[in-house]
Design a protein around this ligand. Structure first.
Ligand SMILES: N[C@@H](CCC[C@H](N)C(=O)O)C(=O)O
Length: 275
């Protein structure tokens, strides 16, 4: 039996296990089984904390509900930073992921600001299957077309639409996620720009499907909207689960501010799940 914590950022939810002091027998298959909403605990991402070395306070390993590993998770970054900060009594911590080190700081009002690192804009960075202008991908269906792409340590494609309510997110999301131009698949954002500092966003996450919020997709939305000249470099991004404040800084780094929450804690019988 191991203790676990169920956390969420704006309803984007995580099972968090702590393997910092003792290794845990977590395989992709076991992570997927625990992430299952009917046969397991259920979550959008399965997070394992590992020791942070050489300047990082913690290493955060991110798995999707199919067991695949992801390079970034904005909402989990804030959640895990808040845990580590509470342990150490510090207001600033560094969360390491396979994609890089993410400094996070506590702000007043229960908010946390994560430096999600630089947006990467090259076609190989996303990655795309062939050389294409990442500002205009030749992907589209049913009038939803011409998205922009970037990497936030994980692949993102953002469609700009005039009326988000008219977009069949659940039907189009998986089609675009598996487009042949996206060899590692991608997280698919549908963004409606309400004003130069306000975006509405719905996300079909790679592997997890439609979620209530996706922090790295909000990063991609502000970056791609600003690149298109649709917004400035700061905007509120309103997701179904709540709002994130976003800034694409002049040095290319993306700052994301939002809340964290623990829903419950419990004990998990790892042996009840396939290895
Ligand atoms: N929910 C996350 C993103 C999770 C990873 C994603 N599904 C992927 O495969 O890249 C966020 O808040 O950023």
């Amino acid at each position: 039996m191991v203790p676990f914590r169920k956390m969420h950022g704006l309803g984007n939810d995580f099972v968090v296990l702590d393997a910092r002091r003792a290794d845990l027998p977590i395989t992709p298959r076991r992570a997927a089984a625990i992430a299952d909403r009917r046969f397991g605990v259920g979550c959008d991402q399965f997070i394992v904390l590992e020791p942070g070395l050489d300047g990082a306070d913690v290493f955060m390993r991110i798995r999707n509900p199919d067991g695949s590993e992801a390079g970034a998770c904005g909402n989990a970054t804030r959640c895990i930073a808040s845990l580590v900060a509470a342990e150490s009594g510090r207001d600033r911590v560094v969360v390491r992921t396979i994609a890089g080190d993410l400094p996070v700081e506590r702000l007043p009002g229960g908010l946390w600001r994560a430096d999600m690192g630089p947006a990467r804009l090259g076609w190989r960075d996303v990655p795309l299957a062939r050389e294409v202008d990442t500002l205009h991908l030749p992907i589209g269906r049913d009038g939803v077309a011409d998205p922009a792409a970037c990497s936030m340590g994980n692949p993102h494609v953002t469609f700009f639409v005039p009326d988000l309510g008219a977009v069949p997110v659940t039907a189009l999301g998986p089609v675009f996620e598996h487009d042949a131009l996206l060899p590692e698949r991608a997280n698919i954002g549908f963004a409606q720009v309400l004003s130069p500092d306000h975006i509405r966003l719905e996300v079909w996450e790679r592997s997890a499907g439609r979620t209530l919020a996706c922090g790295s997709a909000a990063c991609a939305a502000i970056v791609n909207a600003a690149r298109r000249g649709l917004t400035g470099r700061r905007a509120a991004v309103a997701l179904p689960g709540g709002t994130l404040q976003m800034e694409w800084r002049a040095d290319g780094h993306v700052l994301m501010t939002g809340p964290v929450a623990t829903a419950f804690t419990g004990m998990l019988d790892l042996g009840a799940y396939p290895a």
